[in-house]
Design a protein around this ligand. Structure first.
Ligand SMILES: C[S@@+](CC[C@H](N)C(=O)[O-])C[C@H]1O[C@@H](n2cnc3c(N)ncnc32)[C@H](O)[C@@H]1O
Length: 207
C-alpha cells in the first residue's frame, strides 16, 4: 500500500532549511539563464510549498501576477504570509492539482518536488497540467529528484537514521523524465542535472 508523504511534517522541517531552498533556487536560476520575456508575465507554481522559487523569480522578471496552488492549508497559510510584501497581484489556490481547472494561461508554469510523489500515470497528468496552463510562448520548468549516486547515498543515510520523510518518493531517471515530458506534448528546451540530486527541464508546448 502506498504511504503518502506527511506534508505538515515536511513543512515544519523546510521552515528551517533555507539553505536547501537556496541550493534549489541556484538550480532554477541555471535553468532560467538566457530566458527573457517581452512584457510583464504571469507565473503559477503547482504544489507551491514555501513559494520561495516563485518569489525569487519575481526578482528576475517583471511580474504582473503570481498564482500559488497547494492542497495543504497550513502550507498555503504560511506562504500567504511570506508573500505579503510582494507588490504584484497574488492568488492562492487551496486545491488538489488533480482537480484544478483554470482557464487562465501563464508565461511560467513550474514545480519542484511534486511529480516524484505520484505514479507514472499521475505524473503524466501533472505534466499535462503544466502544458495546458501555458501561454503560446510560455515555459514550463520542472525539477525532480534523480537516482544519482549522491541521491542514493543521501536517501540511504536519512533512511538509516529514520529521518527520511518521503515514503512515496520515487526518483526519476533522466531518460524516464525526458520520455514523460515528450510524450505529454512538451518540447524540451533545456535539461540539466542540478545540485547532484535533481534533474530539471525547461520546456514549451510542442507543435
Ligand atoms: C516538496 S513540496 C514543494 C516544495 C516547493 N518547491 C518549495 O520550494 O517549497 C511539495 C508540495 O506539493 C504539495 N502537493 C503535493 N501533492 C499535491 C496535490 N495533488 N495538489 C496540490 N498540492 C500538492 C504539497 O502540499 C507540498 O507543499
Amino acid at each position: 500500500m502506498r504511504v503518502t508523504t506527511d506534508w505538515d511534517r515536511y513543512h515544519r522541517r523546510v521552515r528551517v532549511s533555507q539553505l536547501l531552498l537556496w541550493a534549489v533556487w541556484r538550480a532554477y536560476a541555471g535553468l532560467l539563464r538566457g530566458i527573457s520575456f517581452t512584457g510583464p508575465i504571469k507565473i503559477i507554481e503547482l504544489g507551491c510549498g514555501t513559494a520561495y522559487h516563485t518569489l525569487q523569480m519575481t526578482k528576475l522578471f517583471q511580474v504582473d501576477k503570481v498564482t500559488l496552488a497547494d492542497f495543504n492549508p497550513n502550507v498555503l497559510k504560511d506562504t500567504q504570509k511570506r508573500l505579503s510584501g510582494l507588490k504584484c497581484e497574488k492568488e492562492f489556490l487551496l486545491q488538489d492539482l488533480f482537480s484544478l481547472d483554470l482557464s487562465e494561461k501563464y508565461d511560467i508554469v513550474h514545480s519542484q518536488g511534486l511529480l516524484e510523489h505520484y505514479t507514472p500515470e499521475e505524473q503524466k497528468k501533472l505534466i499535462c497540467l503544466h502544458r495546458d496552463l501555458l501561454t503560446p510562448n510560455g515555459i514550463a520548468v520542472i525539477l525532480v529528484p534523480t537516482p544519482s549516486l549522491a541521491y542514493r547515498l543521501w536517501r540511504g543515510i536519512f533512511e538509516k537514521l529514520h529521518l527520511w520523510i518521503y515514503p512515496d518518493e520515487t526518483a526519476i531517471s533522466e531518460a524516464e523524465f525526458k520520455a514523460a515530458l515528450e510524450s505529454s506534448g512538451l518540447e524540451i528546451l533545456k535539461m540539466k542535472r542540478c545540485h547532484l540530486t535533481e534533474v530539471g527541464a525547461v520546456c514549451r508546448k510542442g507543435n
